[in-house]
Structures are given as C-alpha cells and as structure tokens.
Design a protein around this ligand. Structure first.
Ligand code: SAH
Ligand code: SF4
Ligand code: F3S
Length: 436
C-alpha cells in the first residue's frame, strides 16, 4: 500500500480558488500530510484550476502533459473549475491523472485518497450542488494579517460569456452566524482585515427567502466584531449595488472605501449581448451616486475587449466611459469563447491582433489616469495596514483603506498594525511614504 506523507497544491484563478486551496490543505493536514513547496518533494500533486479563459486551461493542460512523461509514483489530482467543466474528458485524456474533485466537494478529498489507495482506480467527485453545508468549509490560514471569508458561492447571473455558473453551480449563501463565528475566530488569531468573497456578494441572502439578512445587514453585523479593523468585499455586480450597500460603505467604520464594480463594456449594444442587465447610463449613475456619497471612494473594474461584433465605435464608447470614470484598479481581458456559454454561439469575429490593440490602448489610458491620481495623493496622510516586509528587507509594505499599495521604512515590529504614513512619492503603482 502506498504511504503518503506530503502534498503540493498549486492554485490558478481567483481568490475563491485561493481560499478553496486553503480548505483542501486543511483537510489534508487533518490526515497528517505535510504541505511542501516543491512538486518534486510531494507524494500528492493537486492542481486547483481555473476555466475562465482558454489560456487559464492551457496552463494546466501543459502541466498535465508534463506529468504524463514523469509521474513517478505520485498521486495527481485536478480540483476546481476545470474539474467541473471538463469532467470525464480530463480522466480519459490523461490516464495518469488519479482524481478529479469538484468545487462543491472539497470535503471529499480524503475519501477520494482512501479510494485511490485501496482500489488503485481513477476517482471523481463532482456534484453541482453541495451535499455538506458550506458552513463546514473550514480553512487554516497562512497569512497572519488578512484572510478571505466565503459568504456566498456560485452564480445565478449567466453573463453570456462566462463559464462560472457552470463551474460553481447556483448561488448558496452561508449562514450569517457561521460567518460571524469565523470572523471572530480569525480576529482572535490576530487577523486584522477580512475580505468577504462571492461571485456576487450583493446577492447575499437572496437565495434564502426566509432570511432577512441581506448583504448590507451582514456588513453591519461584521462591523461589530472586535479585533477586525478592516472589511473588504468582492465582487459586486453593478445591477444590484443598492443604496443600502452604499450607505453601509459610507457609515461603517471598518468597511473600506473600495468597490470592485466590473463594468465589462461601455457600449449598450455589447452590454446587452453580454447579458449584463444594465446600461452604461445606469452604470454611470451608480458610480456618480457612490462618489457623491463617499468622495474618496476608489473603484475597480474588469473589462472584456473583443467581444463578438464589438465595432470600433463600440470600443470607443468603452474607452470614453473608462476615461470618464478613472478607475483605480482595472483588469482588462481579451474575450475568450467558453464552451456551452450563450456567447460561444456567436462568431468570435474580432481578430486576436485587434483584441490585443484594444487591450493595450485601455491599459495605456489606465496608466495615464493612474499617474494623475498618484500625483494628487502626494502630500496626503494615509492610514496603512502594515502587511509585510518588502523584498529589500528594509522597508515595509501595506495598503491604504482605498487599496493603494504603500512602501515606507520602519521597524518590522509594526507588521500587523495600522499606521499613518505621509505620502511623498510613487513608483510603479506603489506609493512611497514616511511614517508619522
Ligand atoms: N463574478 C465576477 C467575475 C468573475 S470572472 C463578476 O461578475 O464581476 C472575472 C472576470 O473575468 C470577469 O469580470 C470578466 O471580465 C472576465 N471574464 C469572464 N469570462 C471571460 C471570457 N470568456 N473571456 C474573457 N474574459 C472573461
Ligand atoms: Fe460570470 Fe457574470 Fe456570474 Fe460574474 S456575474 S461570475 S461574470 S456569470
Ligand atoms: Fe476561474 Fe473558477 Fe475563479 S473559472 S476565476 S477559478 S471561479
């Protein structure tokens, strides 16, 4: 019988996957397996995968081909969104793959390993719904200062380009008591900042008709947890960022003034084809209202360029809206058709070259606008949560409430504390300051 001592886990994709990897690792550590940071040292290799774009999947397929040549006697498994998306196809294509484990079956990892050891067969567990409540998805955190907490899993939105509803299933909100309990537990361990995670946190509670606790209510409850200094959340679908949520953001001391508020496109024709259910006018109205309530709020976005039939005029509208809003963070992607999505039925008729040109154009604009913003921050004083020692080992790194990175020289003993920093300069999207 195989003796297993060590495991290696590699995470692709979003913060949700990062947290899932921590949950899987916790399960494996419960059976006394030790996590190692090099594949070569591991008895089990787990790839926690992402399917959001073709490139995300290609990276994993490349790895699996690599292991085909040199598997030794390791156990190899694929978890995450590719397991949900490709299912048996993966097992067939890679006979050396020992298991696939879906995003709703994280707690089945040890059972799968037992079955592999006993039967020496390929194993799979990929349920579209949860058998065990997400309240039981415990994770031991490696970061001692900040942690993510999953509050709602899955997505009901079915944006036409997106594979997530297929890989994560429908929305399931976690019980608020369990969230508060986890937040208090993390605070007792010294965690200062929590990020509430969900594909769409604004839908929190809507799947439970008998629950009166919606997302803003949850924020009010979490704001009272002693020891937690900062609360962030992501992602928010623009269609249901409500006035109540904006007021919570304005009024709650711990909730930070940063909203990741993905616009995706600035042309109503494209937004409609994407099934985003808002127009650019609605989007701008919400942004303006948010800025009027919270003048120092910072806003993040995701943009997809090169969606089917995106004309020069459509892109121009995106460009203009992007320039008008002056986003503080922006993730810009070239459209990638995904299997079984509505948009995959449309002709992917924008060439890769044009997609890349549009992407670079937006990126250039983003950096130009960022420079103006950073110039304005010079001379201001910012509250920074000190997160770690910088690579140079001389200065400390942290973030402002509004999510800007800050670097300043100070004693490493300050790691984990809130400090006021005088901003003097900036370089490569990082503010440089002096401790007051
Ligand atoms: N739930 C989040 C998004 C998660 S996916 C939300 O709705 O905001 C993260 C981002 O990946 C999306 O916002 C979108 O910009 C991008 N994305 C999703 N599907 C894509 C595709 N098929 N091609 C290119 N980018 C895509
Ligand atoms: Fe995908 Fe849209 Fe759901 Fe976000 S809201 S995960 S983009 S379907
Ligand atoms: Fe990727 Fe799945 Fe997250 S597709 S972005 S890992 S939800």
């Amino acid at each position: 019988m195989k003796i297993l001592n060590t495991f290696y886990i590699r995470t692709y994709g979003c913060q949700m996957n990062e947290l899932d990897s921590e949950i899987i690792s916790t399960q494996l550590e419960m059976r006394n397996l030790k996590k190692v940071s090099e594949e070569e040292e591991a008895d089990i290799i787990i790839l926690n995968t992402c399917s959001i774009r073709d490139l995300s999947e290609k990276k994993v397929l490349g790895k699996l081909f690599e292991y085909k040549k040199d598997k030794k006697d390791k156990i190899i498994g694929v978890c995450g969104c590719m397991a949900m998306n490709q299912k048996d196809k993966l097992l067939k294509k890679f006979p050396h793959l020992d298991f696939i484990l879906g995003t709703n079956n994280l707690l089945d990892i040890n059972k799968i390993l037992d079955d592999i050891i006993q039967k020496n067969t390929q194993e799979k567990k990929i349920d579209l719904n949860y058998e065990i409540g997400i309240e039981n998805f415990f994770a031991k955190r490696e970061n001692k200062i900040k942690a993510s907490i999953s509050i709602i899993r899955g997505c009901n939105n079915f944006c036409s380009y997106c594979i997530v509803p297929q890989t994560r299933g429908r929305e399931v909100s976690r019980d608020s008591n369990s969230i508060i309990k986890e937040a208090s537990h993390l605070a007792n361990q010294g965690i200062k900042e929590i990020t509430l995670l969900g594909q769409n946190v604004n839908s929190y509670g809507l799947d439970k008709p008998n629950s009166k606790i919606l997302f803003p209510d949850l924020l009010y409850m979490l704001d009272k947890v002693d020891g937690i200094e900062r609360i962030r959340f992501m992602t928010s679908h623009p269609k249901d960022i409500t006035k109540d949520l904006m007021l919570a953001l304005r009024d709650l001391k711990k909730v930070c003034e940063f909203v990741h508020f993905p616009m995706q496109a600035g042309s109503n024709k494209i937004l409609k084809a994407m099934r985003r259910t808002y127009t650019k006018e609605h989007y701008l109205e919400k942004i303006n209202f948010l800025k009027s309530l919270i003048p120092n709020v910072t806003i993040g976005t995701d943009i997809i360029v090169g969606f089917p039939n995106e004309s020069d005029e459509d892109f121009d509208e995106t460009y203009k809206l992007f320039d008008e809003i002056k986003f503080d963070t922006a993730f810009i992607f070239a459209y990638s058709p995904r299997q079984n999505t509505l948009a995959s039925r449309y002709d992917d008729n924008i060439s890769n070259t044009l997609k890349q040109q549009r992407l670079q154009k937006l990126l250039k604009l983003f950096h130009k606008n960022l420079k103006t913003k950073y110039d304005k921050l010079i001379g201001t004083k910012q509250e920074v949560l000190v997160e770690r020692l910088n690579k140079d080992k001389k200065s400390l790194k942290g973030r402002t409430r509004t999510f800007e990175k800050v670097l300043f020289a100070a004693d490493p003993k300050l790691i984990g504390s809130l400090q006021i920093v005088d901003i003097k300069n900036f370089s490569h999207q990082t503010l440089i300051g002096e401790l007051i």
